[in-house]
Structures are given as structure tokens and as C-alpha cells.
Design a protein around this ligand. Structure first.
Ligand SMILES: [Zn+2]
Length: 114
């Protein structure tokens, strides 16, 4: 499962952060997962539940996932719209070729540690 390696990368990042700030426990992690990232949020959450329990640092940590919308720009008229799902046409000129901007990342938004 693709998500497992992403969770593993996140946990490694959290361990590094905790070491840098001399923290012993992660309480909450807030992640922005873009709609174009290809990540299945449920699978990510599932992977986090399993892998976070294996380390004292992240045991019991709460994962909060937010889905920021992506922006789609019309190739003909330049109109931009933000949406969680890919729009099938431009509302201004009906063009169907829309170029997505952003929304493909996994961003570690906030971490609470103690
Ligand atoms: Zn347009």
C-alpha cells in the first residue's frame, strides 16, 4: 500500500522534529492532503493508526487530515476556480481543458508535541 510508505516518511519527519525540539510525545498532527496527491485518506489514517502505535513518541497521537481544494485554471479564458473534485468545464467559457495548480502535496501543517 502506497500510503504506508508515506506514513513511514511522516513518522520519520516527526521523530526528527521531536529530537530537534527535545520533545517526548506527539499529541496531534495536522496534515493537508491535496485532492490531486493520489493519497487515499482512509488508507493513510489506517496506516498511521498502525505505525504510530509502534513508537512511544507517536503512540496515541491524533491525526487530523484536511483536504485543501486545488485551483483549476481555464486554458482558454484564464478563469480560475477552486474545487475538491476536478471540474469538467470552465463556468465562463465552457472550455474543458483546465490546468490544475497545487493540490498535489502532502503538507505537514501543524504538530503538537510535549
Ligand atoms: Zn474559460
Amino acid at each position: 500500500m502506497h500510503e504506508m510508505s508515506l506514513v513511514q516518511a511522516l513518522l520519520t519527519q516527526l521523530a526528527t522534529l521531536a529530537a530537534e525540539h527535545d520533545k517526548k510525545r506527539v499529541i496531534t498532527v495536522t496534515l493537508d492532503i491535496g485532492p490531486l496527491s493520489g493519497v487515499v485518506v482512509d488508507s493513510f489514517q489506517f496506516g498511521f493508526d498502525i505505525l504510530s502505535a509502534e513508537s512511544n513518541l507517536t503512540k496515541g497521537a491524533k491525526l487530523i487530515i484536511t483536504n485543501p481544494p486545488a485551483t483549476y485554471q481555464c486554458i482558454r479564458c484564464g478563469h480560475r476556480q477552486t474545487s475538491l473534485i476536478r471540474p469538467d468545464h470552465c463556468p465562463e467559457c465552457d472550455e474543458t481543458l483546465l490546468i490544475p495548480e497545487g493540490g498535489d502535496g502532502i503538507i505537514l501543517n501543524k504538530v503538537e508535541m510535549e
